[in-house]
Every structure is written in C-alpha cells, then in structure tokens.
Design a protein around this ligand. Sequence first.
Ligand SMILES: Nc1nc2c(ncn2[C@@H]2O[C@H](COP(=O)(O)OP(=O)(O)O)[C@@H](O)[C@H]2O)c(=O)[nH]1
Ligand SMILES: [Mg+2]
Length: 439
Amino acid sequence: MTHIQHPAKDHRRIDRLFCGETEHSKQVKRHEEDRMARWFIVNEPTPNNKDDSHQIANSELAWTDRFEQVCGHSKAQQFPCLVSFIGKTGVGKSTLIGAMVTLSEKAQTVDVQTLDVPVTRIDNLEHATKPTSVGVNLYKDIETNESLNPIFFADCEGFGAGAAAAGASEVLGAASSDDPRSRRIKITSSLYSGNEPHSRSEVVSTLYARFLYAFSDVVCFVSNDMQSFAAEIERLLLFIAKGYGATINQTPAKTLICIFNQTPRHWAKMLIPEELKKIALIEMGDVWTNSPVLAEIRSTEWASGIDSTEEFLKKYFREIHFCCVPRKDNVSREVLAEQYALLRRQIEYGSLFAENERKGTWASYNVEDLSSLFEMAFEHFATQSSPFDFASAARKYDETPVNMEDHILCLLRQIYLKDDPKLISDFPTVVASALQTFS
Ligand SMILES: Nc1nc2c(ncn2[C@@H]2O[C@H](COP(=O)(O)OP(=O)(O)O)[C@@H](O)[C@H]2O)c(=O)[nH]1
Ligand SMILES: [Mg+2]
C-alpha cells in the first residue's frame, strides 16, 4: 500500500491550504459542507433541561451515517483503517487532514474545489476565538478509498474545547434534532456522572477518548508549540489512558505520530526524525513528575518498569513516529511538500502495521463489520461504564448461520479472510460433501 513516494508537484494546492474563503456566503457554504462531515458529537442538554450550563444531565451522544457515506463500493472486501487527529484547537489538525486529502496522487486528478476537506480556522474568521469544528468529523482518503485498506481521517474537536465548543455549536451547528441523519442516545453511563456534575469537556474527552482509542489504528497527535509540548504530552497521555481501559479483546497494534506543526525555529534540525525524537522525548523530562494522575498510573503493577516518557507512551502504542511540518513562511514549498509526504508515509505504515496484525484473525473487520461495531460501540460508550468487548460484539453481528446458504457464505468469508489458496481449492469438495450429507 504505497501510494505517495514523491511530494506533490502542484504547489498551488499547498498555498490553497492556507487561504480560506473570504466571502461570507462561501464561508457559510463551507460550514454547511462541514456539518455534513459530522460523524459524532456530544450534544449539550437542551435549554429546557439545563439548570446549569456546565451540567451534563440529559446530554446525548449523536451520530450519523457519515462512515457508510464515505466508504468505497466494495464494502465486503475492504478493511478500513481509522486515523485520528487530536490536539488543542488551532494547532492545525484540520489543515493537516486537508493536506493529506488534497495532496495525494489520485486527488491531483480531481478538481480541488470538489474535494471534501475540513473547514479550517481561516474559513472562520468571524469566530476566530471559537473552535472551527465541534464533535468528530470524518473524511475519506481519495488515494485509498477503493483499495483493500481504505484510510479514514477523524478530525476531533480540540482538547479542552468543551465550554467554548458548547457555544460554538450554535454557530457551527451541532448534530442536533434538525439533522435528519443523526441518531441520538442519552448519555447515562455512571462513568460520566459520579458524585460531582461533570462538565461537557470532561464527558467529551472521556467519551471521545474511549471511542477513538478503541478504533484508531493511528493517532496523530498535533502540537504547534515546543514550549508547551511537555504539558501537551501529559494531556495526550491522560486522554489515551481514559481510552485504554475502555475495551477488551482488541489487537493493540496502534501507532502514535507526534506532529510538530508550524515549527518556527530550528526547523532544519527538526526535519530529522531522530533529532525530533530527542528534542521531544528525551529533553522534555519525565512526563509524570508534574501529574499526580500519571504518577498514580505509573505506580500500578501494569506500569511497573516505566522509566521514561517514551516507555509510558509505549504502553499504549506499539510504534511511535515523529514528523515536523515547518511554518509555511519559513520554508520552500518543496520542503513543505516533502514533510507532508513523510507524514503520509508514516500514516500508511501505521495503517498497514495494524492491518497486518489483524489479517486472518477474527479481528479483521470489513466495512460492514465495522459499521455494526461502531453502532454497538456508540451505544455502549454512552450507556455503559464497563469495557467494550470486541469479541462478544463481533459474535453478535456475525451470528451463527442457521441454514445451508448462510453456512456456505460464512465459510467463504472465513476462507477469504485466511487468504490461503489451499482452502480455496478445498472449498468445492467441502461444500459438495456437506450438501450431499445434509440433503
Ligand atoms: N503559517 C502556517 N499556518 C498554519 C499551518 N497549519 C495551520 N495553520 C493555520 O493555523 C490556523 C488553525 O489551523 P486549523 O487547521 O483550523 O486548526 P485546528 O483547530 O487544529 O483544526 C489556520 O488559520 C491555519 O491556516 C502551518 O503549517 N503554517
Ligand atoms: Mg479544526
């Protein structure tokens, strides 16, 4: 699955990433399109039910059929990979997803105006202090959309956007009762209530972390400030720790990509991933020293032996990569294109790594399986505090066949997943003898 080996040649596409719509009517249209990209969101309590703006009682999780809409045509033969972008509001998550979508080779043959990309801050000047998107939006990767392992990019509401995002939803339009595509469920899990009323940002970060960590093969953690990187990594770990305990029976072949976006200084040195790693992880010190929660996690038996920030991250991710995208005014378009291409390769390797781990196992999910799993997980994470069990969920949608046609289909599916020519050649004999025996 190697799609891009060379940087994009069309430098105009790079410039386009940084110039948004200035016309109000076009901005409105962009926001409308972005609303259609909504996958799920934690909605605030409706005004009637709300006695305190920070209280989460009667909040709901709303989700749409966005995933099914952005999938390719051969759903049964495609095994998707989810790549989530997380980080503070304004660090450049949406711009990076825009770069991944528009700069791929296949996308070069498509009119850039028609590409489905996230709205960025620049399209949203009127509301510069508010997050540009609320909830989690989903975008397809044109390059891989019809391939065996299509990639999907999840653009997650910024860390800590909670209260501001609640306000922004009026402007940006939450997936609410006026969205006919959305399904909604009350958030009732005791995990989000406890003794204290939980604010939207707490519920958001816990629920998004549970869902996104469960399903992401690659987590792209975006930061644009070296000074606050230590604090950001702490936030990332707290977010991921919430997600880690939320599932069981899942293949844990996840990749973390730490992206330093818009790096203003020393960018030449930072283009070397090993140097970047040194700056980011080694010079930064031990992440748990200022965080009682992380220190407590580290003191558990599960975490015994963790002696560095890198080892802490490795508890949650099998692979960790680093990538720097310099501020566009500091470098040539060629350098920028090289870095976007590097990020794309890292994402593709991460997706492939997870897919190879799953191949031939019951955890290899095609589009249809994933669609059922997402549905079950949304309900589970809104209403239950126990971990989501991938094995029993998979058994539910993959019910035991009751007639011969279904048995044959089930056998075919297993043969397909195993990808073994011997099984294919044995298929006619097995089916013929089964039909003879049971006829
Ligand atoms: N100069 C420069 N600006 C960038 C870069 N990446 C993002 N931005 C700008 O930073 C602002 C916030 O980016 P956005 O992608 O909306 O951030 P998000 O909130 O994390 O999704 C936008 O105005 C972008 O144009 C970059 O590499 N260089
Ligand atoms: Mg954004």
